[in-house]
Design a protein around this ligand. Structure first.
Ligand SMILES: [Zn+2]
Length: 125
């Protein structure tokens, strides 16, 4: 059995804080020691949907172990997936719903491509 990972992070209001490091956390290489204790956050690698160099959507696992936000969509001690530019942290059911919405939108894009191809072929005849 592997030892649980821990990490010690400097904070502005609580000094050095040692806490368990989830297996999915990408680490804290860019940690700012001016961070408040309540704002400590574990983040997984950012996954991005890009097109022609533009980022359309990003998703990353997040957990703020000391946050006590009234709305879980703003993050908190329960791990979630933060979606940008939605600006919300989603639970598994909400992620599946988002994936279904994106599937439907992919169908819309394919339908528009079919229509556009037809329109362009009309104009070349
Ligand atoms: Zn972490």
């Amino acid at each position: 059995m592997t030892e649980p990972r821990i990490v010690t992070l400097a904070t502005a209001d609580h000094g050095d804080v040692t806490l368990p490091e989830p297996w999915w956390c990408a680490g804290h290489a860019s940690h700012d020691p001016r961070t408040q204790h309540v704002d400590l956050i574990h983040s997984g690698p950012t996954r991005a949907c890009t097109h022609r160099g533009a980022t359309l959507l990003t998703a990353e696992l997040v957990q703020s172990p000391f946050a006590s936000l009234p709305d879980p969509h703003l993050g908190g001690p329960t791990p979630g997936v933060s979606i940008s530019p939605l600006g919300e942290t989603l639970d598994p059911t909400e992620l599946y719903t988002l994936a279904a919405d994106l599937d439907r939108f992919s169908d819309v894009l394919r339908d528009l491509a079919d229509k556009l191809a037809a329109i362009r072929s009309e104009n070349t005849e």
